[in-house]
Design a protein around this ligand. Structure first.
Ligand SMILES: [Zn+2]
Length: 149
């Protein structure tokens, strides 16, 4: 068996197995190679290696960002108040946030407000799962602050 990456004239790329390289040619000649996406019979071997086809699709999400020094002083106070409230009342779970949020949602972990770090990918997944989370301004090294207290 031999596996080829194939490409149709609409740029759809898919993989197909053939008993041998000759069978690819024979099937192509008889018009048996059909794109599974658009049913085009204009199918050729894709020049790219299969490993390239496995690259995850690019995420086109625009995440709002700001650089550090343009935050007005009144915002600093809001941030600090928010931070104090969170540190006083919320459980810090660090980078296990996503798991902890799911466990609470599933009733496995005790229900309580938590905060921590997660990736934007995990945050998106949590939101898609209907778990209520909110981004907070970066807290200056919350772990270290807790040790001082
Ligand atoms: Zn196609």
């Amino acid at each position: 068996m031999i596996k080829y990456s194939l490409k149709c004239d609409n740029d759809h790329i898919f993989e197909a197995w053939f008993p041998s390289g000759g069978d690819y040619d024979a099937q192509k000649e008889r018009g048996l190679l059909v794109c599974p996406f658009c049913e085009s019979k204009n199918v050729e071997k894709a020049p790219m290696a299969p490993s390239i086809a496995k690259t995850p699709p690019k995420v086109n999400a625009n995440i709002p960002v700001t650089s550090g020094n343009i935050i007005p002083p009144e915002m600093h106070k809001i941030y600090n108040d928010m931070r104090e409230t969170i540190e006083k009342n919320f459980d810090y779970v660090g980078d296990t946030f996503a798991r902890e949020a799911r466990d609470i949602n599933d009733g496995i972990a005790p229900e309580r407000p938590i905060y921590g770090e997660t990736t934007s990918q995990e945050a998106r997944e949590l939101i898609e799962e209907g778990i209520n989370i909110a981004p907070i301004p970066p807290l200056a090294n919350p772990k270290k602050d807790k040790e001082i207290n």
